[in-house]
Design a protein around this ligand. Structure first.
Ligand SMILES: *Cc1c(COP(=O)(O)O)cnc(C)c1O
Length: 328
C-alpha cells in the first residue's frame, strides 16, 4: 500500500509499504466526526500484456472535490496518480489476466488528528490499497432487482450526496439490508423531497434505455448535489454517442418506469461496470423493466466498455493510462 500524511499544512511524499494495520489514536477525528473520503478505480491487464489504469485523472479530480466538501485538504498535484501507479507497479504480478478480472485500487483520506473538538482537522492520512478482483455481481447475463424504499433518503439538496464520502455509505446500509430482506439485490434511491424521481443506487448510477425510431436513447438523471458524478456513467454516455445512439440527461420518475417508457435499465459503476436491472420493487408495485432480462443495448455497452478497458479495441477518447511495470 501507499501512504502519505498531512501535517502543518503540508503533505509528505508517499511511501510504499507492505499491507498492514494502521496505528491510530482513539481520539482520531475520523472515528468521531467521520472525515473520510475515498475513490475506487481499476487497473486492467491489456490484451498485449501491459497494464493500464482507466481514467485515473478523473478519480483524482473527484477525490479533491470530495475532500473540499468535507473541509479536508486537497492532495498536491500528481500525488494521487503517482501513488496509484506505484501500488500497481509493486503488485504487478497479482494483476489478473482473465477477461472481466482486474486490479482494484482504493485511495482514501481520513482525519487522524487526535482532538475531540468539532471542527475541520489539521492532520490526515492518505492511503492507497490494491486488490485483485473478479466480476462483482458474477455474471452480467443475470438482471438484478432493486428496492426503492418509500422513506429512507441517501442525499438531500445541499448535503454530501455528490461527495464520495464514507458517511454516505454508512447511512445507506440500512436500505441495502432492507432490500436484501425483501429479496432484492440493491437499494434504489429516490429524490429526498417527493420520493418520486429515481436518483441512483448506493454505489452505482442509474440509466434507462428508451427505444426510439432512430435507435436506443440512454436516459439518466442529470447531475446535481444529490447524485455522484460517476466516471462509468460518463463513459457509457460518451460510448453511446460514439455508437450513434442518443443520450438524454433528464428526470426519470417511478411512474415513467411503471408506464413502460423504458425497455431496459442498468446500473453502472467502477466495481460492477454495467449491471442490467430487471425489476424495481416499491411499497406498492413490482415494476418489471422490459421483459425483466438483460437487454441488448445494455449488454452491448457493457461489452464495448470492458473491451476498451482491457485494451482489446482502440481508445479514441484517451481513457487508458498505461503504467510501466517490470513484466510488461
Ligand atoms: C462511486 C459511486 C458511483 C459510481 O462512480 P464510478 O466513478 O462510476 O465508479 C455511483 N454512485 C455512488 C453513490 C458512488 O459512490
Amino acid at each position: 500500500m501507499a501512504t502519505a500524511t498531512y501535517d502543518n499544512g503540508t503533505w509528505s511524499d508517499f511511501v510504499i509499504e507492505p499491507f498492514g494495520n494502521l496505528s491510530l489514536s482513539p481520539a482520531a477525528m475520523v472515528l468521531h466526526y467521520g472525515q473520510a473520503v475515498f475513490e475506487g478505480l481499476k487497473a486492467f491487464r491489456q490484451a498485449d500484456g501491459s497494464v493500464a489504469l482507466f481514467r485515473p485523472e478523473d478519480n483524482a479530480r473527484r477525490f479533491d472535490s470530495s475532500a473540499r466538501r468535507l473541509a479536508m485538504p486537497e492532495l498536491p498535484g500528481g500525488l494521487f496518480l503517482a501513488a496509484c501507479e506505484a501500488v500497481v507497479q509493486v503488485d504487478a504480478a497479482s494483476i489478473p489476466t482473465g477477461q472481466g478480472e482486474s486490479f482494484y485500487l482504493r485511495p482514501m483520506m481520513f482525519a487522524t488528528e487526535p482532538a475531540l473538538g468539532v471542527r475541520a482537522a489539521d492532520e490526515y492520512s492518505f492511503v492507497v490499497l490494491g486488490s485483485p478482483v473478479g466480476a462483482y455481481f458474477g455474471d452480467a447475463a443475470h438482471a438484478i432487482s432493486v428496492w426503492a424504499d418509500p422513506s429512507l433518503v441517501r442525499a438531500a439538496p445541499g448535503g454530501t450526496g455528490a461527495a464520495k464520502c464514507s458517511g454516505n455509505y454508512a447511512a445507506s446500509l440500512i436500505a441495502k439490508s432492507e432490500a436484501v430482506a425483501r429479496g432484492c439485490d440493491e437499494a434504489l434511491w429516490l429524490d429526498a423531497r417527493e420520493h418520486r424521481l429515481v436518483e441512483e443506487l448506493g454505489g452505482m448510477n442509474f440509466v434507462a434505455v428508451e427505444e426510439t425510431a432512430n435507435g436506443p436513447c440512454l436516459v439518466t438523471p442529470p447531475l446535481s448535489d444529490t447524485i455522484l458524478d460517476g466516471i462509468t456513467r460518463r463513459s457509457v454516455l460518451t460510448l453511446a454517442e460514439s455508437l450513434g445512439w442518443k443520450t438524454d440527461e433528464r428526470a426519470i420518475s417511478l411512474a415513467d418506469l411503471k408506464a413502460g417508457l423504458f425497455g431496459e435499465a442498468f446500473a453502472c459503476g467502477t466495481a460492477a461496470v454495467v449491471v442490467p436491472i430487471g425489476q424495481i420493487l416499491t411499497e406498492d408495485d413490482a415494476i418489471t423493466i422490459g421483459d425483466g432480462q438483460p437487454g441488448a443495448t445494455t449488454l452491448r455497452l457493457r461489452a464495448e466498455l470492458v473491451a476498451l478497458q482491457e485494451g482489446r479495441v482502440d481508445d479514441p477518447f484517451g481513457w487508458r493510462h498505461s503504467v510501466t511495470t517490470s513484466n510488461s
